[in-house]
Design a protein around this ligand. Structure first.
Ligand code: 5GP
Ligand code: MG
Length: 176
């Protein structure tokens, strides 16, 4: 058990389990992108650890870039997600793979994908570490997902609680 600020969390997914699932999803991506040269865009801050583990398994040539979007809380009801750190890479006519930590309601990804098409991307797919299918509110086609989890708040392995806890190797779930 760990404590972050006012909340206690129990061990939920070990780093070893995560690595096994990342192996599987990386194999799938390696098959699909063999001979291609996609642009990977990791979404800050949460995806930085997953992105580091994922790209080291990729066997095709690729670039990796980073972008940051306004969070969940700061979002209006229209689902517009503001770009905070812009994508500097030229993605015109490129195949893009977005690397994200977790898809919850799906609102963030739903709003971000058209922004990549507006910049001329030829294709856009999502590679996500975790999904909470029970909370998905918008139709979203997630091609690569390492693990599905129930509707619970988690931290660790890049994911934070109030900006803390990203450094834990394993993933923890909040205690009731
Ligand atoms: P969505 O737009 O899909 O509802 O939310 C996605 C974002 O919400 C993720 O990128 C992540 O930043 C945050 N989020 C969703 N669920 C969790 C969770 O269980 N733990 C943490 N730390 N962040 C979460
Ligand atoms: Mg995020």
């Amino acid at each position: 058990m760990i404590t972050i600020k006012d909340k206690r969390f129990d061990l939920f997914i070990t780093n070893e389990q995560l690595q096994e699932k990342i192996d599987i999803v990386a194999n799938k991506i390696n098959k699909d992108y063999k001979g291609k040269r996609p642009v990977l865009v990791a979404i800050l801050n949460g995806a930085f650890i997953f992105a580091a583990d994922l790209v080291r398994r990729l066997e095709f040539e690729h670039e990796i870039h980073f972008a940051k979007f306004s969070s969940y809380e700061g979002m209006d009801t229209t689902g517009n997600v503001e770009q905070l750190i812009g994508l500097t890479a030229d993605i015109k006519d490129r195949d893009v793979i977005i690397i994200e930590d977790i898809v919850d309601t799906g609102t963030t990804m739903k709003s971000v994908i058209p922004q990549f098409f507006e910049k001329g991307a030829r294709s856009v797919e999502i590679a996500v570490l975790l999904m909470k299918p029970g909370k998905l509110e918008v139709p979203l086609d997630v091609k690569y997902c390492a693990m599905e989890i129930p509707n619970e708040f988690i931290v660790g392995y890049g994911l934070d609680y109030d900006s803390l806890g990203r450094n834990y190797k394993d993933i923890y779930v909040v205690k009731e």
